[in-house]
Ligand binder design. Sequence first.
Ligand SMILES: [Zn+2]
Length: 378
Amino acid sequence: MYLYNAHTHIFTTKCIPENFLGKGLIRIISIPLINKLMLKLLRQILPGQSDFLSKYANFLAIGSNKNQEAVFRDLVDSYDDTCRFVVLTLDMDHMGAGRAEVNYNTQLYEVLQLKLKYMQSLLPFVSVDPRRGTAQELLALVKKYVEEYGFVGIKLYPALGFYPFDPNLDLVYQYAEANEIPLMTHCTKAGVYYKGKTFSEQQIWPKDLDGKQLPQNDHRKSSHLKNRHFKNFFTDPDNYRQVLSKYPKLKICIAHYGGSTEIERFYGKRKKKDEVNGLGNFYEKTRKLLEDKKFPNVRTDISYTLAANKIFPELIADIKNSDLRDNILFGTDYFMTIIEKNERKLVSEFRQAIDAKDFSQIANANVKSYLNSSFFTA
Ligand SMILES: [Zn+2]
């Protein structure tokens, strides 16, 4: 029996635009030879940031000076069981963070080469950003990668600066729903986000899937909000209600189950924070979507979120809950999680806490039904 990890990344720092972490930091601390020396220096200049810097140093140790194949090999080597990995590509060309040494086309091309080499274990998703092209062009991109190149699903990352109900995504959803192709979308208040200095019309006063202007939203209109707050408008789980009302059978995984911080807040394990955007709790909203009988194919995964051992009881209770059980997927978010702990430790700590039967439900049965489409059988 295969084990499936439904959420991993293998792109390297070369694929990351220079202002991905702000202020060119990534470029400075990813130069391997002077990495250690620079860190020491930066710790002195920015004393409060030392934790942050050591975390990112680990992160970059994986991503820098290696190619995507080496990052993938490290992932495979972290597992004793025979495991298959959903590898999520990411289009970072439109996030307003400058250029990357390896742009999205090249990143995709490299993953395609790896797919040919690791046919059985590497299950790639093609990333789609509505700013890359017209609805027709995006549909053509997805069709080519799914039907000709054996890519298994479609990846979205709205926090990079778009709404999931962008009209340019309409044909992609129509095609995905008709062919049961899985979509994966990043959905927490954490993670990277749009870095641009200006906001477009579509970002502030967006049109919906049908190209119809939505009512003006006062909060969005007052775009005095910092990007790191504004991005929650892009991410909001409720945005998918608009997409799902048009495509109710769409198979979409709203990844990370709201994130561990939101789970803690929901269960009163952490103080509720003053909401900047008033968008509510993302765990609660994601869970409501999973429970909504109108949308039978909505899923979530526990990737990254499973790095927080203190919320294992709540996660496992949801996995045992018959209303949610079939729709929660196992995934880790390798190698983003390297900031927290290594992949082997991450998985083994979680497996020690969960019954073998429940684990097999989320890491085998659920991921298989999520991945199966007109073009792929898991
Ligand atoms: Zn991820």
